[in-house]
Design a protein around this ligand. Sequence first.
Ligand code: PLP
Ligand code: COI
Length: 343
Amino acid sequence: MGKKDIDWGNLGFGYMQTEKRYVSNYKDGAWDEGELTSDANVVINECAGVLQYAQTIFEGLKAYTTKDGHIVAFRPDLNAKRMVDSAVRLQMPPFPEERFLEAIEKVVAANADFVPPYGSGATLYIRPYMFGSNPVIGVKPADEYQFRVFTTPVGPYFKGGVKPITIRVCDFDRAAPRGTGHIKAGLNYAMSLYAIVDAHNKGYDENMYLDSATRTKVEETGGANFIFITKDNKLVTPKSETILPSITRRSLVYVAKEYLGMEVEEREVFFEEVKDFAECGLCGTAAVISPVGKIADHGREICFPSGMDDMGPVTKKLYDTLRGIQMGEIEAPEGWIKVIKKV
Ligand code: PLP
Ligand code: COI
């Protein structure tokens, strides 16, 4: 078998059913051994915990074809760990990290023909997730769970690829102090749907959420963390207990310091400072780095000097270095690249 006949260069960020997915069930206090299946449908009871009380968590990571033709995944160990943290917070049995890694390896290898070729601009998005599967009617955790992993080839998250986007300061909140903003729970995304549809209807690409306690500090968007570049080329990124600890952001902090010799500040970022930054971007697995050209704040506009045509120069350096590491063009730090299939 060979690569699927897909127009790799024109993929958007959408779902395309691939051949195999991984399933493991948790029952009577233990995970079963798990298996690959061709069945893309999930059949659960009408009263399943996930359907009634949204007991579900997920992860997102990507597989790439490197320059030398290997299929690799980027830092999957960090997704495995974060999924354990998410499970603990929602009273779910963590899926063992080693088994998470094995599941990723198996699913990607089984769908190797769907991994976009090197240079196509597309990647294979991997979606591990877990949900309460047995009937629950009183508000309590389920006793049975299903862990699954599927894959889908994807292009850029925002239409237009790496063109700068326009976002708006959102009047809705994403996460409460001591809530669930720091984990990858489906409920965090369900509550953002009203705000994202409203943003799109008004012509904005995304929402900038502020901290819900004081509404003075930058948090994140619905699906990515922020990075800012100062006029003297420092990388500044918000530190907060209520944002998702992005693996892309943590990687960029390292890349900025160790590969580009930049100064990095991970700290609270007040919205009032944002107008003074030279560049702004959203970072995440799906977003990679999406440059932000403009932020609308209730009639006032912040236009970054980098403009609406291209990524700012420092953001571009960060982007090229990170992509280069992921694609095997630039040597990666130890342990960042997991080889799944050699040529
Ligand atoms: N913030 C949110 C709310 C997200 O959904 C994501 C995506 O996973 C990110 C940030 C970026 O995290 P990562 O870089 O680990 O994909
Ligand atoms: C990811 O980047 O993997 C995410 O889960 C974000 C989501 C909005 C697609």
